[in-house]
Design a protein around this ligand. Structure first.
Ligand code: PLP
Length: 425
């Protein structure tokens, strides 16, 4: 595989941007080698600047559920561009998108559009604190909620221990109000509620964790979170930035039939353009300015080009609900290819709908610690095997394989063959 142009660009990029990238995971640090610089993508395929073609299972980390550059979406965006790129004033498209989101996620009685998942999470937490008049929040080890200061925390092995910033530049005082529990361990949440009685504003969770690799909630875990937060008069926030419109049209709240108080969206909701959204119970969302005294704003929020992509993407999903059965079918087909690796005790595969991860460990993966048992060197080897055979998966173990509507059965069968070949080596 020729990578001359990518390598040359990478060298130059490294002089201009930290690590040569605008988001760290793109830099291939955990698998080695130099990142591919992408020229274009269409359907299930992505093409680098050297002209190499790959079947893409990253899908821009989630948004590309319809595949890349879906014609209807591109047309809608082009049309929107011609009408002007941004107005900083209300548009009809914002109303259409908000209505569409609420129709698909009825729990979002009122919502606000922002420009990224990070921004949406940050705002939802502010609202939760404003509503409950409490400061502390609980998050789970291994769940990612964007890069806002208060969420970049790490915790010692004991849940009760204080959290410390997981990034330089975050003052300790910014994370003092962030408590960390263990995913799938309701006891760890209970003990935090006991220790900080009446102080916890909200519990935020990825209903299916997808940022420590894909980790499913154990039966009863989300239900218990719902009951516990209600009892303690704290809000439950589902971070559905990945799961929203992916594991089901109505996201995880529909899939598991659990209604959080607030929901955070990103990725698919923008159809490839920068949109995030947060919303939920009307009595809570009415606290947001200008109605209430929780301040939150954005120059490009509800941008007309971005909303055009979001509306078109969600409409296609809504009008073609069979897409989800197809995604599930293709996902299972791909998952079966990992069976020899599972049988050999090399890997564990977690899958739900079009999300799956193959962890290089034989033990069950149900939380951050069990995910960390993975052999990341083995993953790096697997990644390069896939890449050399024309398949682009995430350049890091703790990420998901994202399937899209554009992946054909032939794509999956070819990919499955390459996976099987790896495990027979
Ligand atoms: C990607 C992601 C975010 C952050 O979204 P950005 O648009 O990258 O800021 C937040 N939460 C989850 C679950 C995510 O996967």
């Amino acid at each position: 595989m020729r990578l001359e142009k990518s390598e040359r660009l990478y060298e130059k990029a490294c002089e201009l941007m930290p690590g040569g990238v605008n988001s760290p995971v793109r830099a291939f640090r955990s698998v080695g080698g130099s990142p591919l610089f992408i020229d274009r993508a269409k359907g299930s395929r992505i093409y680098d600047t050297d002209g190499n073609e790959f079947i893409d299972y990253v899908g821009s980390w989630g948004p590309a559920i319809l595949g890349h550059a879906r014609q209807e979406v591109v047309e809608a965006v082009t049309k929107a561009c011609e009408k002007g790129l941004t107005f900083g004033a209300p548009t009809e498209q914002e109303v259409v998108l908000a209505e569409l989101i609420r129709e698909l996620m009825p729990g979002m009685g009122m919502l606000r559009l922002v420009s990224s998942g990070t921004e949406a999470v940050m705002s939802a937490i502010r609202v939760a604190r404003g509503y409950t008049k409490r400061d502390k929040i609980i998050k789970f080890r291994g769940c990612y909620h964007g890069h806002s200061d208060g969420l970049l925390v790490k915790a010692g092995s004991a849940v009760i221990s204080n959290t410390i910033p997981d990034s330089a530049g975050v003052p300790r005082s910014y994370t003092d109000n962030t408590l960390v529990a263990d995913y799938n361990d309701i006891g760890s949440v209970q003990s935090l509620f006991e220790q900080y009685k009446g102080q916890i504003a909200a519990v935020i969770v990825e209903p299916v964790a997808a940022n420590m690799g894909v980790v499913l909630p154990k039966p009863g875990f989300l239900e218990s979170l719902r009951i516990l937060t209600k009892e303690q008069e704290a809000l439950l926030i589902f971070d559905e930035v990945i799961t929203g419109f992916r594991i089901a049209l109505g996201g995880a709240s529909a899939f598991f039939n659990i209604q959080p108080d607030l929901t955070v969206l990103g990725k698919i909701v923008g159809g490839g353009m920068p949109i995030g959204a947060y919303g939920g119970r009307k009595d809570i969302m009415q606290l947001v300015a200008p109605l209430g005294d929780v301040y939150q704003a954005g120059t490009l929020s509800g941008n007309p080009v971005a909303t055009a992509a979001g509306i078109t993407t969600l409409s296609i999903l809504k009008n073609n609900p069979e897409i989800y059965q197809e995604l599930e079918r293709k996902a299972v087909l791909l998952k079966e290819a990992f069976q020899p690796g599972i049988t050999a005790g090399l890997i564990t595969v977690n899958q739900v709908g079009s999300l799956q991860s193959a962890f290089f460990t034989s033990a069950e993966v149900y939380d951050f610690n069990s995910a960390l048992a993975s052999d990341t060197k083995k993953y790096a080897e697997f990644f390069h095997h896939m890449l050399e055979n024309g398949i682009y998966i995430a350049p890091a173990q703790f990420e998901a394989i994202f399937l899209s509507d554009a992946h054909t059965e032939e794509d999956i069968r070819y990919t499955a063959g390459v996976v099987r070949e790896y495990f027979s080596m």
